[in-house]
Design a binder for this molecule. Structure first.
Ligand code: HEM
Ligand code: SF4
Length: 562
């Protein structure tokens, strides 16, 4: 993985020293809260419902075990013993004391991490596929390019005061596992007929109050122009993006207003000035960065079928089927450690679990971990012959629920339990649905399905692109939930359609149950829930869900962690 150079170290150290003094001045009342606010946000520190929240970027989702152990240390020493992995490959700590934040940042810097540009109107963490570098369907390893974007965008003087925040995702494989269609810029690596590498540029995707699938503005930008072409887009956005209305400030609104074609023309005009300029990438520069992601010291191993050796162990077979993914090197596999055990908020990991996964990665996966945008962790390089061992150990720590891609592998934002912007709680809804459908046989029968929950229109839980999306809404001060179906992420990205009037929290598990009934009744061989929802449209689902009243049932909404 990438290692900081002397400049990275210096920049981060200087930033912490400045921030330490800013915190001191705030505590001494030399700075008002108003003056301090932009300073703390520049260091990833938010004020939430109960306490400060610190957001730390995990660049392109890749972590060393030392970094994971540092998260465990922060959780234990400065928080309440756990952290929350998010859909943008960040980690958030929810119970932070202001006085301690400079020390936390100092601790983080010791393992080459920071919280810079995790907030504010700047370019945020560039995310990618959790199987980057190991996926069997990979065209190129996107991580060196993601790292180049990180270096280019960090403290870029022209792009620290954009109209609004800016999110870039990059995918190097045939299958999009980085949700590129719902990012401000979504990049896909492609090869042209001559075998040269380039990038397809999608612009203007996003969720939030105006969900939009991005538009392709250029099918092939040669890799040398990755930064210059990105810069051309940023310049157009910086110049023409709206600054008068926060809700209309994202690049998606600009692309929609002028049209993708006109937007592309504006970018080309800007690019004409930048093309072949000093930011043009050279082979040497890409190779210099790529060396940090060099292939691991893989052994020459035969491909084996671990299932055969443990035939009859149904639990292991289930786990292999759901949580183990193919690897491009024979004899290896990638393992998803599920952070979705029923009863635990999606994406939460305790300090003990973080230390434990670091031990696992040291022992079985070259000392590296990945964070997925679906809020799970990945051991990317496990020998197939060690899968049984890894499973047994992960199971003992509650990290081997065989539910990856199934109903209980849901995405959920922290919602009203933490977030001051929430209209409704998310975690108790996730918990109630998980509890109702805890039966693994049932879930395996239902098969691939994505259920995503957000506590408000900001869509941090990606509800628009869930096969089933749940959105918390406020009605006269009460918490209600609006349901959509047919959304999808990946190559077939789509925004879900709302089925009708919203529901109370206690009704939600039954609503999901009824949606599933329609699916089971109508599916034909091999069809997933989303296929049926897209084939039949909303009508039959709507009809069945609203056919008879759903009792309000027991009250949910207790806050486990408050
Ligand atoms: C608890 C503190 C959080 C706050 C204050 C917050 C705030 C926001 C706001 C205001 C937006 C809308 C931005 C816009 O449309 O311009 C947004 C969007 C988003 N946030 Fe959060 N969020 C928080 C937590 C999270 C968490 C925990 C996740 C992941 C689980 C997350 C991931 C996202 C994503 C993916 C979007 C998507 C919308 C888009 O940019 O297209 N955020 N957030
Ligand atoms: S979707 Fe709303 S409630 Fe959920 S984390 Fe984002 S801003 Fe908060």
């Amino acid at each position: 993985m990438y290692r900081y150079d002397q400049y990275d170290h210096l920049i981060v150290r200087e930033r912490i020293a400045q921030y330490r003094d800013q915190v001191r001045r705030r505590l001494a009342d030399e700075l008002t809260e108003e003056e301090f606010l932009p300073l703390r946000l520049q260091n990833g520190l938010y004020m939430q419902r109960h306490a400060y929240m610190l957001r730390i970027a995990v660049p392109y989702g890749l972590l060393s075990t030392a970094q994971m152990r540092m998260f465990a240390h922060i959780a234990r020493k400065y928080d309440r013993g756990y952290g929350h992995f998010t859909t943008r490959q960040n980690i958030q700590f929810n119970w932070i004391e202001l006085e301690q934040t400079p020390d936390i940042l100092t601790d983080l810097a010791s393992v080459e991490m920071h919280a810079i540009q995790t907030s504010g109107n700047c370019i945020r963490n560039t995310t990618t596929d959790e199987y980057a570098g190991v996926a069997a369907d990979e065209i190129i390893d996107p991580r060196p390019y993601a790292e180049l974007i990180r270096q280019w965008s960090t403290f870029h003087p022209e792009f620290i005061a954009l109209p609004r925040k800016f999110k870039i995702a990059i995918n190097g494989a045939v299958e999009d596992r980085a949700a590129i269609a719902v990012h401000d810029i979504g990049l896909t690596a492609v090869r042209n007929d001559a075998g040269e590498v380039g990038f397809k540029f999608m612009v203007g995707g996003g969720l939030g109050r105006t969900p939009i699938i991005g538009s392709v503005i250029n099918d092939f930008v040669p890799w040398q122009h990755l930064l210059t072409y990105t810069e051309a887009i940023m310049r157009v956005y910086n110049q023409f993006g709206r600054r008068d209305n926060k809700y209309k400030a994202r690049i998606k609104i600009l692309v929609k207003a002028v049209g993708a074609e006109e937007f592309a023309r504006l970018v080309e005009a800007e690019f004409a000035d930048l093309k072949d300029g000093p930011e043009t990438l050279t082979r040497e520069e890409v190779e210099r960065v790529a060396q940090w992601f060099n292939p691991k010291p893989y052994l020459t191993l035969p491909s084996i079928d671990p299932r055969a050796e443990h035939a009859g162990d149904k639990a292991f077979a289930n786990w292999l089927q759901r949580n183990v993914k193919p690897h491009k090197v024979p004899g290896y596999a990638s393992v998803v450690l599920s952070l979705k055990k029923t009863g635990v908020p999606p994406g939460d990991a305790t300090a003990e679990q973080m230390d434990f996964v670091a031990d696992l990665a040291d022992k079985y996966s070259f000392g590296e971990l990945r964070v997925t945008h679906e809020q799970n962790l990945v051991l990317a390089d496990v020998e197939q012959s060690k899968l049984f061992e890894v499973w047994q150990q992960a199971k003992a720590r509650g990290l081997a629920t065989p539910n990856i891609g199934l109903l209980t592998d849901m995405i959920s934002c922290p919602g009203g339990d933490y977030c001051s912007l929430a209209n409704a709680k998310s975690i108790p809804i996730a918990a109630a649905i998980a509890e109702r459908f805890d039966n693994l046989d049932f879930q395996h029968d239902i098969g691939d399905i994505e259920l995503n929950i957000s506590g408000c229109i900001n869509a941090c839980g990606h509800h628009h692109v869930g096969h089933i999306g749940v959105l918390g809404v406020d009605k006269d001060g009460a918490e209600w939930y609006q349901v959509s179906i047919g959304g999808a992420q990946g190559n077939e990205s789509a925004i879900g359609k709302i089925i009708g009037p919203s529901f109370s929290a206690p009704q939600m598990p039954e609503v999901v149950g009824r949606l599933l009934e329609v699916y089971v009744k109508n599916r034909v061989e091999g069809e997933r829930f989303v296929d049926v929802a897209q084939r039949l449209g909303v009508a039959p689902f709507k009809e069945h869900v609203y056919a008879t009243p759903i009792p309000a049932g027991a009250k949910v909404g207790e806050d486990e962690y408050a």
